[in-house]
Each structure stands twice: as structure tokens, then as C-alpha cells.
Design a protein around this ligand. Structure first.
Ligand code: XMP
Length: 310
């Protein structure tokens, strides 16, 4: 049986003994993994930690404000980095899923490395969990936060890595979050991938496409709050379909809604959501987003699909 309290005690001891008097930076996206990591390190090294929120322009509606406010409310020294333009530049012209991940990852570490240099830090803390390690080692996909396993030496970027959650699965991370007394919006937060909405815009990522999928995501999340499912989101397709808007033919965008049940994201089942719920989501998406003419529901499990489309 996993004992969250014992994990926290041991982990704090370990962090203290590794870090000593050095300074640590932690990139916090607001997800449960990175927030637990940030808070654990904060508890272990106090003022020697600086949390960084990198605004890559790919976050969900209201997320940057929420994360910065949450960190401040936890008394964590926080830096907001506006890197929206740099990320969109890095993603321009990239259409292949792995190429997009790589572009995201490179820009992420470049941005974080710059902040780390400014803050004169020696360690970077990150919220890698066991599932990330397994999938990266298996070669299913390169998780952006697993450096050593994919042969990138963090020292090249000029710092050492701390990964206090690397042996935990998601349900255990949530237990740690609850034990730490983090707010419910964090401990029960839906998983959201590091490369954020860039994985949910199929093909090239542009600010305009991200705005469409951001709005669709907001609608899906609002309409599915009560379902208690593992992950609920929207994906914008790279191709178009014919529809009718305002009485005229429109060759417009396609959105797929994906709602899955899972324990640990290693396997997943598509959720048997009532048709009325799906109809409501589809109506709202096609009404509230002018360019969308078609809304689909994904009825594939993992495997053979992955949870994300990219
Ligand atoms: P897949 O799509 O592989 O996703 O079934 C499994 C879980 O991991 C999330 N995911 C990611 N998280 N960086 C992350 O931090 C990534 O590159 C990444 N890709 C997928 C996904 O949302 C799901 O919860």
C-alpha cells in the first residue's frame, strides 16, 4: 500500500540532501505532476526554489492566470515568462507529431534554461512520472519531460535534473497532492499534456488554430465536468468538411471530442457518454465557433489508439 506521508518525508529528505544550499527552478504548468513537484521542492528548500510558469500560448482558457495565482497563494516565489511568440515561431511549418514534440521540447528547455541562467540556479525540478518514463523507453512517443531516457544530457543545457515523482503513477501523485493539502483544482486536475494544445491541433500549429481548439476545449470541459471521466478534450483536424452556416455552404473545420475512462493513462476506454450530452457539446461547438461545421466523437480505446491524437 502506497503511503503518501512516508513518500513526502523521504522525498523531502532526498531533495534536501541532493540540493543542499543550491538554487532550484521548477517549471510549473499547473498540472498535478508539476505542481506537486514544485510544492515538494518548495517545502524542502524554501526560498531557494523559484517556480516558473512558461506561457507558450498553448494553454487552455484562463490557465496562465490560474496557475500563477495558485502558486502565489502557496507562497511560492513565481516568475511568469511570456514565450508565446517564440513557441509559435518554433512550431511554424512543423506538421509531423514527433517533429512538433521535438520543437516544443527544444523551445521549452531553451526558455527554461534562459530563466535558469538569469536566476543562477543549479537544479531543474520536473514532474516526470512513471508512465512518462515507460512510454518513452518503449518508444511509443517521446514525452517532453524525460530527458535522460532519450539520450539528452541535461548538463549540456547547464543544469542538473530533479525528478522526485519518477517512481509514481498518477493515482499516487494525486494521493501525495491531497496529503500535501493542495487545492482540489490541483489534486483532482485532469491530465493535460506538456506540449498542451499543440498536440490537439493536428498538422501545423498556428495561433488561429489554437484559438479554435481552445474554445472547443472550454466547451467540452464545461459540459463534462460532472462526468468524472479521466480526460475530456477537443481536437482540431487538419482537413476540412462541407457544412452549412447561415444558409450558405461552408467548407469548414472539423472537431473531434474525446472522452476517456482510465486509471493510469497506460490503457483507456472511450466513455459511453449519453447521446444527449454529446448532442449538446456538438451544438455548442458548431454554434459558438463560426468556422466549425462538423463535430465527431472518438469511439476508440487505448490500445489501439493513444489518448491524444499525436
Ligand atoms: P497517450 O496519448 O500516450 O497519453 O495515450 C497518455 C497520457 O499522457 C499524456 N501525454 C503527455 N503528457 N507530455 C506530457 O506531459 C507529452 O508529450 C504527452 N503526450 C501525452 C496524455 O494527455 C495522457 O494523459
Amino acid at each position: 500500500m502506497f503511503d503518501a506521508k512516508e513518500f513526502i518525508d523521504n522525498s523531502m529528505k532526498e531533495i534536501k540532501s541532493i540540493v543542499k544550499e543550491s538554487r532550484v527552478i521548477s517549471a510549473c504548468s499547473g498540472g498535478v505532476d508539476s505542481t506537486v513537484t514544485t510544492y515538494l521542492v518548495h517545502k524542502a528548500v524554501g526560498k531557494n526554489l523559484i517556480a516558473v510558469f512558461i506561457d507558450d500560448g498553448l494553454r487552455r482558457e484562463g490557465e496562465p492566470e490560474f496557475v500563477v495565482e495558485t502558486l502565489k497563494s502557496l507562497d511560492i516565489k513565481t516568475k511568469y515568462v511570456d514565450a508565446k511568440v517564440a513557441f509559435f515561431d518554433a512550431l511554424r511549418g512543423k506538421t509531423d507529431a514527433e517533429e512538433k514534440r521535438k520543437a516544443f521540447r527544444d523551445m521549452f528547455y531553451k526558455t527554461l534554461g534562459k530563466a535558469a541562467k538569469e536566476e543562477k540556479i543549479a537544479f531543474i525540478a520536473q514532474g516526470t512520472i512513471k508512465a512518462d518514463v515507460i512510454e518513452t523507453v518503449k518508444g511509443i512517443k517521446s514525452q517532453h519531460n524525460v530527458l535522460q531516457q532519450i539520450g539528452i544530457d541535461p548538463e549540456v543545457y547547464g543544469y542538473k535534473i530533479l525528478e522526485p515523482l519518477r517512481e509514481l503513477f498518477k493515482p499516487e501523485v494525486r494521493k501525495v497532492a491531497r496529503e500535501l493539502g493542495l487545492p482540489k483544482e490541483i489534486s483532482e486536475r485532469m491530465p493535460f499534456p506538456g506540449p498542451a494544445l499543440s498536440l490537439r491541433v493536428l498538422g501545423e500549429v498556428t495561433p488561429e488554430k489554437v484559438a479554435i481548439v481552445r474554445k472547443a476545449t472550454e466547451i467540452v470541459e464545461e459540459e463534462t465536468k460532472e462526468l468524472g471521466t479521466f480526460q475530456n478534450f477537443a481536437v482540431l483536424h487538419n482537413d476540412k468538411a462541407t457544412g452549412i452556416k447561415n444558409g450558405a455552404r461552408l467548407y469548414g473545420n472539423i472537431i473531434t471530442v474525446r472522452i476517456v475512462e482510465s486509471e493510469d493513462a497506460v490503457t483507456a476506454k472511450f466513455s459511453r457518454v449519453p447521446y444527449e450530452k454529446l448532442a449538446k457539446i456538438s451544438e455548442r461547438i458548431t454554434k459558438e465557433i463560426p468556422s466549425v461545421v462538423r463535430c465527431l466523437y472518438d469511439v476508440t480505446d487505448k490500445p489501439p489508439s493513444t489518448i491524444e491524437f499525436e
